[in-house]
Structure formats: structure tokens, C-alpha cells
Design a protein around this ligand. Structure first.
Ligand code: F6P
Length: 357
């Protein structure tokens, strides 16, 4: 019997989503008789029954294409069971539309929020398989997520380009990188780009220590410095605050971004000229790197194997280069953060990189 497979992409986009969609489609068409339904704009499309029936030729040319052909949106998990002003029961709608589309299973491509929503649908009795995507690389249970290495390449190139202009102008340059609450992207790009200071959320920084390391560097004759700063970096004082107090303190600050604040402090205290670069969503844009094309294809093709075996309620993880089908309930709601004895941190310390601690 023909299998009907729904696919949606949810949360922030990233390079590799289309490559993963293509992987699912090509492997599924090759393995069993199926029809693929592209659900539009993430869970929103499932809630509002907005979808498109795909044909095999719709999946051509996707390996190198950035973004997501299905569109995406953020549908926060904490709001899923809430009836909001529009009066829509989102969970009920999703279940009804899954049935109306006559789906055998739903493939969700997304990050942490998506995994929580996918697990919710699993609990509600739907057949779900999740694929881990995010430039933040913070999905628990998998060594790597697709999108991450493309973002590392982009962020590293930014730092590389900053080097020459920092050198020409004798400046302290701060590059603020994405990653939400996780420092993976900043840590990898910071080490790859040779940043002198790397600040990540997992290692709260002391402004004095950052100033001290810059002062030492410049006093020893270096004419410029590069700081790779996670958007989620916090000071030691902030790291001890409760969420409410933290938000209140941040709201009072003149500069909403951590790197602008730090740039101001460096300039005031050390008299060094500073500039801030925030590549922002460029880190999520454009074609996936070869690494991500391969990873996304592997994960997508593996999803088709799980569909063939009716092995649902899983997310696909990659651990020590091996693919695993991990139960969704083991992953949903957990974050994979950089741990303090990560080899890149010890390597950074050995080459005199300051982590601000
Ligand atoms: O989760 C991916 C991510 O790019 C984070 O690194 C960043 O904090 C966030 O999304 C930005 O979200 P938005 O696209 O909604 O601005």
C-alpha cells in the first residue's frame, strides 16, 4: 500500500534543510511506493491544513539550495496546548489534519522546540520521526546537527576577514555570533579563526579578566585583537541571577547586545579603539557546506529506512559517526551545551586564548 509521508521544517532555518528533505524523498521513492506531502511553514501548516502534494521532480536541485522549500515558522511548545485569541485548538487541529491528509507518518526537521513539539505529537498518537537541524548544535543525544558546520564555515570566514582590517587599523574587533544559549558555534569558529578571546554562555566571563588579557596582549606589542563573542555570553554576576532579575538588569542597559557593551568597556578602560561586527542571519543563509550536504543526506536517507520499518517516535542521532534512532522522549526538552572539559576549550587555553574566566 502507498505510504503517505508528511514533511515539515520548523524553527529557524539553516543550510542543509533542503538536502535532508531531498534525502528523505529520494530514499523513500527508491524503497517503497509513497506520496510525499510538503507541509507549509512548519507546525502552522499542520494546524491550518496548508500543504502541497509533491512529485519526485519537485526534489531536484535541492542538495545545494539554502533555506527550506516548505517554509518555516516558530510555534513555541509552551503555546501548543494554549487556546489563544483565535480560539484554535492547535493540537486537535494537527491531529485532525494528519488524519485528513491520510498520513502514515510525519517527518519534522528542526531544533529543540521542534523536538518538543514532535514528542507532543508522538504522545498524542501520531507517527513521528525527527531530524536534528540547527546552527546552534545544541540538540541532546547527537554529536552534531546539520546546519552547524555551514554556520561554522561562515562565521570563521567573518573572523578571517576581520583579522586583516583589525591589523590595518590597530583595533580591537568583536564578532558576535549566534548560538542562542549554546557556545558551540562561537567556540568552533573562534578556534578556527584564531580569536584571542572567546566568550561563550557556558563559561561566564569577568570583564576584568577580559580587559586584563587584552591589556597584556597589547602591552606585549600586539597591535590588534579579535574577540569571538556568543550572543548568549553572560558575566559571572549575570550567571548567578534568576531569570527575572537578569531580564530586568539587561533591560536597563544602554546596549542590548553583549559585544557592544563589552566594546564600550574596552574602549573606556583601555583606551583601545573597538568595532563590533554582527553577521547575524548570514550564519543561517546560503548553500550548505559539503559536510552538511553529506550529513543531511545521510540523516534523510536513514529516516526513509525508519519509515520502511515503521520505526516511529524517534529522532535520528549521530554518535561516533554512527546513526541511531533515539526515542524522542529521551531528547525532547534537553539541551546539549559545551561542557567545561571540551577539548576545544583545553586546546584554546594551551594556545593562550582567553575565555574570560
Ligand atoms: O536557533 C537558531 C538561531 O539562529 C539562534 O542561533 C538565534 O538565537 C535565533 O535562531 C535567531 O532567531 P530568529 O531567526 O527568530 O531571529
Amino acid at each position: 500500500m502507498k505510504k503517505r509521508i508528511g514533511i515539515l521544517t520548523s524553527g529557524g532555518d539553516c543550510p542543509g534543510l533542503n538536502a535532508a528533505i531531498r534525502g528523505v524523498a529520494k530514499a523513500s521513492y527508491g524503497m517503497f511506493d509513497c506520496e510525499i506531502i510538503g507541509i507549509k511553514d512548519g507546525f502552522k501548516g499542520l494546524i491550518h491544513n496548508n500543504y502541497q502534494v509533491m512529485t519526485p521532480k519537485d526534489f531536484a536541485g535541492l542538495l545545494v539550495r539554502g533555506g527550506t522549500i516548505f517554509g518555516t515558522s516558530r510555534t513555541p511548545y509552551k503555546k501548543m496546548r494554549k487556546i489563544e485569541i483565535d480560539g484554535i485548538d492547535k493540537v486537535k487541529n494537527m491531529k485532525e489534519n494528519y488524519a485528513k491528509m491520510e498520513l502514515d507518518c510525519l517527518i519534522t526537521l528542526g531544533g529543540n522546540g521542534t523536538h518538543k513539539n514532535a514528542n507532543l505529537l508522538r504522545e498524542e498518537g501520531l507517527n513521528v520521526i525527527a531530524l536534528p537541524k540547527t546552527i546552534d548544535n545544541d540538540i541532546w543525544g547527537t554529536d552534531v546537527t546539520f546546519g552547524f558546520h555551514s554556520a561554522v564555515d561562515i562565521a570563521t570566514e567573518v573572523i578571517d576577514r576581520i583579522h586583516t582590517t583589525a591589523d590595518s587599523h590597530d583595533r580591537v574587533m568583536l564578532v558576535e555570533l549566534m548560538g542562542h544559549k549554546a557556545g558551540w558555534l562561537t567556540l568552533y569558529a573562534g578556534i578556527a579563526g584564531g580569536a584571542d578571546v572567546i566568550l561563550i554562555p557556558e563559561i561566564p566571563y569577568s570583564t576584568d579578566k577580559v580587559l586584563d588579557s587584552l591589556d597584556k596582549r597589547h602591552s606585549s606589542g600586539k597591535n590588534f585583537s579579535i574577540l569571538a563573542v556568543s550572543e548568549g555570553a553572560v558575566t559571572t554576576k549575570e550567571s548567578k541571577m534568576k531569570k527575572k532579575e537578569f531580564k530586568k538588569e539587561r533591560a536597563k542597559m544602554k546596549h542590548s547586545s553583549v559585544s557592544y557593551r563589552l566594546a564600550h568597556e574596552i574602549n573606556e578602560e583601555l583606551g583601545l579603539e573597538t568595532r563590533v561586527t554582527i553577521p547575524g542571519h548570514q550564519q543561517r543563509g546560503g548553500t550548505p557546506s559539503p559536510y552538511d550536504r553529506i550529513l543531511a543526506t545521510k540523516l534523510g536517507a536513514y529516516a526513509a529506512e525508519l519509515i520502511a520499518n515503521r520505526d516511529y517516535g524517534k529522532t535520528i542521532s549521530i554518535v561516533n559517526k554512527k546513526l541511531w534512532a533515539t526515542p524522542l522522549e529521551e531528547v525532547a526538552g534537553k539541551l546539549k551545551l559545551v561542557d567545561k572539559d571540551n577539548i576545544l576549550i583545553s586546546t584554546g587555553r594551551l594556545i593562550n586564548t582567553s575565555f574570560g574566566d
